[in-house]
Design a protein around this ligand. Structure first.
Ligand code: NAD
Ligand code: ZN
Length: 275
């Protein structure tokens, strides 16, 4: 394990810090992690069953309603002292690149800018693109100029604009459709069995490749390809600090600070600011 003094000194001197976060980052904001899925928010329905393109194709309303249910809890959540400490780290000419697996927007709410959202954002919508149907169709799909999805040409408004589309939100009720082409809309998150947006993954890798230190907070490191990012930094010889109450596969090679993000991060910030 990396010695504490070496890790803190590296953090204090760093001009560019990459902060990689998982569900544990928001645990103290009241959003349970997936590992806690036998309780609360995730108890009734297994996310791995409902948050998939296959489930949406079979029953869009069920999948939409589940996201509305999750969003109700996430809307009530506020950034915790850990989110705020990360935002405060970006001072004195130090650049902080936040790369998160979370879809809750809490880093931005705490004041972090330019957050790389690897798994998207629950509160943004995008068209559902049914790759299987498009593959089976005789003709190539037409791309809608309003939502950029495969146009369904169902109940269209010829005057609909991109602005009309951008105003639509995740809310109780029927699954909304693109006003321009009638395609079904869905939350802009990465579901199980889906690829990450390559441009977003590229931005995350660029931030990891440019950092002097990487902080890995509240991630079980079991979801790829996001989980490989801390190892990418280690391979370059960059110090990695991990904050997690539980050990992970990374712990042996990082400075492992065993505890909760909302408690450790403000202490860490104070310890590097005060020296
Ligand atoms: P995970 O649920 O697999 O693991 C959570 C990790 O956080 C565990 O290692 C756990 O020990 C740790 N942890 C728990 N409480 C903590 C605390 N107070 N402080 C620090 N660490 C704590 O989460 P994951 O690795 O992020 O991957 C699961 C996937 O689930 C991600 O892709 C993410 O998109 C999604 N998810 C997101 C949210 C959210 O947006 N808040 C919530 C649940 C799941
Ligand atoms: Zn459209």
């Amino acid at each position: 394990m990396l010695p504490v003094t070496t890790a803190l000194e590296a953090l204090r001197r760093a001009r560019r810090i990459a902060v990689f976060t998982g569900a544990g980052m928001s645990a103290e904001s009241g959003i349970p992690t997936f590992r806690d899925r036998m309780t609360g928010l995730w108890a009734q329905t297994d996310p791995m069953e409902v948050a998939t393109p296959q489930a949406f194709r079979a029953d869009p309303q069920w999948v939409w309603d589940w996201h509305v249910h999750v969003a109700a809890a996430v809307t009530l959540a506020r950034p915790n002292p850990g989110h705020r400490a990360i935002a405060a780290l970006a001072t004195g000419g130090r650049r902080v690149d936040v790369i998160t697996q979370n879809i809750d927007g809490l880093h931005q709410a705490a004041g972090s800018g330019g957050v790389v959202e690897l798994h998207g954002n629950l509160f943004r919508l995008k068209p559902f693109i049914d790759e299987e149907a498009a593959f089976a169709a005789a003709e190539a799909p037409v791309i809608c100029g309003v939502c950029d999805g495969y146009a369904a040409w169902d109940d269209c408004d010829p005057y609909a604009t991109r602005e009309d589309f951008a105003e639509l939100r995740l809310a109780p009720g029927p699954v909304p459709r693109c006003p321009g082409c009638g395609a079904l809309l869905r939350p802009d998150v990465v579901w199980f069995n889906e690829m990450l947006d390559p441009a977003v993954l590229d931005a995350a890798m660029a931030a990891v490749d440019a950092c002097d230190v990487l902080l890995c907070i509240g991630s079980s490191l079991e979801v790829e390809p996001a989980a490989s990012l801390p190892w990418r930094a280690l391979r370059r010889g960059v110090p990695v600090l991990e904050i997690n109450p539980q050990p992970t596969a990374l712990s042996a090679q990082a400075l492992s600070l065993r505890g909760r993000a909302a408690e450790i991060l403000p202490e860490l910030l104070a310890s590097i600011a005060g020296r």
